[in-house]
Design a protein around this ligand. Structure first.
Ligand SMILES: [Zn+2]
Length: 248
């Protein structure tokens, strides 16, 4: 599939802050969309802002954000590792054994964490409407430095947890991609994304919520993933409502 905008664009790279030619970067890396296509022969992006709610995705949402060197930095140092440990290793059970089942996963903490922070950072600097709600404030600069230095921070920095996105009729994981929404929960601001079969919650607050520690990613690489009915996820409900209300 051809990138629609092939003209080079000169601008400030959002990661290294140098002026240069910018790549048409992915917000959520394209390999997560490719997996959708190859496995299910369908690619579905969800975006409540579109009239129909559903929008077939041919290529990951892109924007001119990063220079070639930073694009390669993220791709080679972070994204390839996440692809291997999440997409290729496929650690989640599918179908999910039961609604009560809790999957215990073990990942490479630094690279797994940095991957999610890279999505959060790109969503924060993006001007695409799907990511409008992501306003990182002072965290943008912190995340920028962490990504450049490949520093994942402590487990209570930018806490992260996730739910498997499950179709309750089949208990199969729904492979969807959705733009971000945000929720203030128990004193923290959480940004939520759907990719890789999981509804990820990532906090961007100046303090941690230690009550959440048992379910968030730990520095030893362990994390629990729980079942969640995909039709109860707000961004999916919003998209479904728009779909029902439009004359398709
Ligand atoms: Zn750069």
């Amino acid at each position: 599939m051809k990138n629609q905008n092939t003209n080079p664009i000169l601008g400030i790279c959002q990661l290294c802050l140098k002026v240069g030619e910018l790549c048409n970067s992915h917000i959520i890396p394209e390999f997560l969309y490719k997996k959708l296509y190859n496995k299910n022969h369908q690619m579905m992006g969800i975006n409540g802002r579109f009239r129909k709610g559903w929008k077939p995705v041919q290529i990951g949402e892109r924007e001119h954000l990063l220079c070639e060197s930073c694009e390669q930095h993220l791709a080679n140092k972070i994204e390839s590792a996440f692809k291997a440990m999440w997409v290729e290793a496929n650690p989640l059970p599918d179908p999910w054994p039961s609604t009560e089942h809790i999957a215990q996963i073990k990942v490479d903490y630094p690279l797994f964490k940095l991957f999610h922070l890279s999505v959060l950072f790109r969503a924060g600097v993006s001007t695409r409407p799907q990511f409008n709600c992501v306003r990182l404030g002072s965290h943008e600069e912190k995340l920028r430095e962490m990504l450049l230095e490949l520093n994942p921070g402590k487990q209570n920095d930018y806490q992260i947890f996730g739910y498997a996105v499950i179709d309750p009729k089949t208990n199969r994981i729904r492979k969807l991609i959705a733009g971000a929404d945000q929720k203030k929960f128990d004193g923290l601001r959480w940004y939520r994304f759907i990719y890789g079969g999981v509804w990820w919650w990532i906090s961007a607050s100046s303090h941690a919520n230690l009550n959440m520690a048992p379910i968030t990613l730990r520095e030893n690489g362990t994390m629990v993933i729980r079942w969640f009915d995909w039709s109860n996820i707000p961004i999916i409900q919003k998209a479904s409502a728009l779909l029902r209300n439009s004359k398709v």
